[in-house]
Design a protein around this ligand. Structure first.
Ligand code: HEC
Length: 244
C-alpha cells in the first residue's frame, strides 16, 4: 500500500485493533472465518452460498442480485410479527448507564444466537453497518426492506431483525431488559458512527459498490482497490478471491 491517507490509516488501525484483520490474515486453520458462521451455508438450496462463503458478513447482501433465489433473503420465512413492534408496546425503561453496560455485554454474547455468532462478530469496529445507521430512527434499512418489506424500521425492531436473521434465534421478548439494554448500547454506538468511516472501509472506494455489490458477479472485482482489505479475500477457500 503506498502512502495511505491518515483516514485510511485510522480505519486500518481500527481493523487491526479489533483483531479482525489479524484473524483474517492468520494461518490456514482460520482459512475462512465466515464460512462456518454463515447462517445460510448449510442450505444446499442456496445458489449463492457456494460462490460467496462470506454472504452473512456481506453488508451488501440486500442488494445482491442472487438474493431473490437465496432462501435466507426475501421470503425466507421471517415473520414480520417477529420484527414489528406489537400493539401497545412500550420500550423497557431503566437506569441508562446500567442498560448501556448490560447491552455492551450482551452485544458480545454468542449465547444469544444459535449459530455461535454474537452481534459483535459482524459489527465489531462498526463493521457491517451501512450509511443508514447514521440517521435517526426510524429509517429505511436495506435488509429490512428486502427481508421483511418494511420501508422504515425502529432500532428495537432492527435488533430483532438481526436476532432472527443473522443470529438465527428467536426475537427477544419485547418487554425484556435484554432488548432494552441492546437498544441502549447500540444508541451509544450510533452516536459515534460516521457513515464515511463506516463499517465497510471499502465501500467508499469501491467503484462498483453502488451498482453491483455482489462480489461473485461483480464485473469490476478484479479492479476493486479494496480487495486486499477484505478479511475474506485472501483466503484460498474463497472462490471469489480465486477469480480475482
Ligand atoms: C451475520 C452478521 C450479523 C450479525 C451477527 C448481526 N448483524 Fe446487525 N447487521 C448485519 C448487516 C449485514 C446489517 C446491514 C443491513 C443493511 O443495512 O441492510 C446489519 C445492520 C444492523 C443495524 C443497523 C441498521 C441501520 O442501518 O440502521 C443494527 C442496529 C444492527 N445490525 C444490530 C445488531 C444487533 C443488536 C445484533 C445482535 C443481536 C446484530 N446486529 C447481529 C449483520 C449482522
Amino acid at each position: 500500500m503506498n502512502r495511505p491517507t491518515k483516514a485510511r490509516n485510522g480505519r486500518i488501525a481500527t481493523l487491526i485493533s479489533t483483531g479482525l484483520l489479524a484473524t483474517a490474515l492468520g494461518g490456514p486453520a482460520l482459512a475462512n472465518p465466515c464460512a462456518p458462521r454463515n447462517p445460510c451455508a448449510p442450505r444446499a438450496a442456496n445458489p449463492c452460498a457456494a460462490k460467496n462463503p462470506c454472504a452473512a458478513k456481506n453488508p451488501c447482501a440486500a442488494k445482491n442480485p442472487c438474493a431473490a433465489k437465496n432462501p435466507c433473503a426475501a421470503g425466507a420465512g421471517i415473520d414480520p410479527k417477529d420484527i414489528v413492534r406489537p400493539a401497545g408496546y412500550t420500550p423497557y425503561r431503566g437506569n441508562r448507564a446500567s442498560l448501556v453496560a448490560e447491552g455492551e455485554r450482551l452485544f458480545k454474547d454468542a449465547s444469544l444466537s444459535t449459530n455461535g455468532m454474537s452481534c459483535n462478530t459482524c459489527h465489531v469496529g462498526n463493521n457491517a453497518y451501512q450509511a443508514t445507521f447514521a440517521k435517526p430512527y426510524p429509517h429505511k434499512v436495506a435488509m429490512a426492506t428486502s427481508d421483511v418489506g418494511l420501508n422504515q424500521i425502529h432500532l428495537d425492531e432492527m435488533v430483532q431483525l438481526c436476532m432472527v436473521k443473522p443470529m438465527a434465534a428467536k426475537p427477544l421478548p419485547w418487554k425484556s431488559k435484554e432488548l432494552g439494554a441492546l437498544v441502549a448500547y447500540v444508541e451509544e454506538v450510533q452516536k459515534g458512527f460516521k457513515p464515511t468511516a463506516a463499517a465497510n472501509p471499502c465501500a467508499a472506494k469501491n467503484p462498483c459498490a453502488a451498482k453491483n455489490p455482489c462480489a461473485a458477479k461483480n464485473p469490476c472485482a478484479a479492479k476493486n482497490p479494496c480487495a486486499a482489505k477484505n478479511p475474506c479475500a485472501a483466503k484460498a477457500a474463497n472462490p471469489c478471491a480465486v477469480k480475482k
